[in-house]
Design a protein around this ligand. Sequence first.
Ligand SMILES: [Zn+2]
Length: 126
Amino acid sequence: MANNKPRGGSSCAVATCTNYSGKVKTSGRKDLSFHRFPKDDILAKKWQHLCRRGDVWNSKTAYICSDHFTNNDFVRDLKAELLEYEPKKQYLKNNVLPSLNLPLDHSQKSSIRVFVKPSKSNECKR
Ligand SMILES: [Zn+2]
């Protein structure tokens, strides 16, 4: 069975974010975690919208990293906090939306500029 896994593990779906799972190891960012999109379609759409990506992508296989969520968005692991060990997994609360480090919204309407080189093809040279 060939699994079409993207190279380099999970990476963040947010357009301006360069975080990917391998970075956790290379940068020592233990606090960084990756979260699947919500199963709820409407909520997933909102997440997708907040990522502001211009391309077509499948949010079902995408992740958003913890950089885009506030501490309040995570379910607190009180046991881990009390015993001062790091929780194995960070869980997001239901119905939270990414709110930090997101691409700008209204101020920049489609900031993606496609640079088109004037084509110098001399078709039908007379
Ligand atoms: Zn990210």
